[in-house]
Design a protein around this ligand. Sequence first.
Ligand code: SF4
Ligand code: SF4
Length: 447
Amino acid sequence: MFFSRFIAGFKGGIHPPENKFYSEGKKFSYLPIPHVCYVPLQQHIGKPARPIVEVGQAVEEGQLIGEADGFISANVHSPVPGKVIDIVHHPTVFSPKSLCIVIETEGAFTSSQQSRVPSSWESFSRDELIASIKEAGIVGLGGAAFPTHVKLSPPATKPIDTLIVNGAECEPYLTVDDMLMQTFPHEIIEGIRIAMKTLGVERAIIGVEDNKPDAIRALRKVLLETNAPTITLVSLKTKYPQGAEKQLIKALLRREVPSGGLPMDVGVVVQNVGTIYAIREAVLYKKPLYERFITISGPIVKNPGNYKVRFGTKISDIIDEIGGLLDEPVKVIMGGPMCGIALDTLEIPVVKGTSGVLFFGKNKIESENFLTCIRCGRCVAACPAGLLPCDISILVEKNLTDALAMYHLFDCIMCGSCSFVCPSKRPISHFIKLGQQRLKSASTRMT
Ligand code: SF4
Ligand code: SF4
């Protein structure tokens, strides 16, 4: 095992207030099982799963209820035992109307096909490992929710030499990955070894920001005990967005993912620590992904902390279970405050990609009004993707779509650093998203 402290990082980036103190060091608690779950068939990037249950049907905890539909898709399993009471369109973080299987909890927790005896995964072939991960419906738990079995099966034309394990957790407020590394270091190291075998690589690097000393200590202890010379632990300088894939690769390997490219173009696959934990559960215990740990935090949360939550649990149900809020919520964000999505209803359920839910009252909300660009250049200096956020925002504002083509909008990682530093409070990343949509529509019209 090699441990190093890495000081250099990547170009750009910012240092927003971390605000992790609300939930930092809080051990995992388990939220009660919800009475009714709204389980979306779209919880991942790609095509939604196809429902394979009917209204009135009884289901077990962990039973397959939605089958992956196509190459980039993922299985969906029941988070609770009970009865399917409806299959309806319901608001989710992906869409205001997304097909959900509604399950009323009842009956015993006899988990479908799961095993309490761990499998000896060392004897599994790579194909068998991929099949276990696919069957369990594992997707990236860092927020991207890309199907993991696809990511771990790169084409033969893209040889991979390194697995990077993302323990950066650079988003303010979120502490779930930190607590996962502190609580389950053995499990994470074993999960990394499983992922290495699945990918067929000899090298893994775990990147953890240096604001998580307890997690670093826990992982280092396990690495020393288990004598794992092919796994390196690196303490990264704390800087946002250190956890973005391209920035992590740059910081750890000095490799530059090309414009429009993917990590596999430079021989790398990146997996979040939460995903690694879920991979191990799937391979050793055949456990489908139907629950996860999340951070629930923010200035108006009475009991901020790190909680295990079943998918399909509505945000409104969570509020009651954690003891309520101190004030009326004015803004609720799923994910971190920089990259997360502001919710317009508390009926939205927790899904596989939910790393946290943050609640803010009126004191923390800034004015929606923004001013004209004063050409200060702060957004350009902050942009880790090397873009010109100020110019892009002006072009989108003025509806000059044709001129956008040369600005590499699709290299934007939506980190929000530009908006954060802008003294004119311009919602630059929203402008960029809008610009991307307009460019896509323009290219569709031309074809
Ligand atoms: S332009 Fe995109 S990548 Fe650059 S700082 Fe803004 S949101 Fe981040
Ligand atoms: S930070 Fe804001 S005001 Fe400054 S150049 Fe960028 S968009 Fe303009």
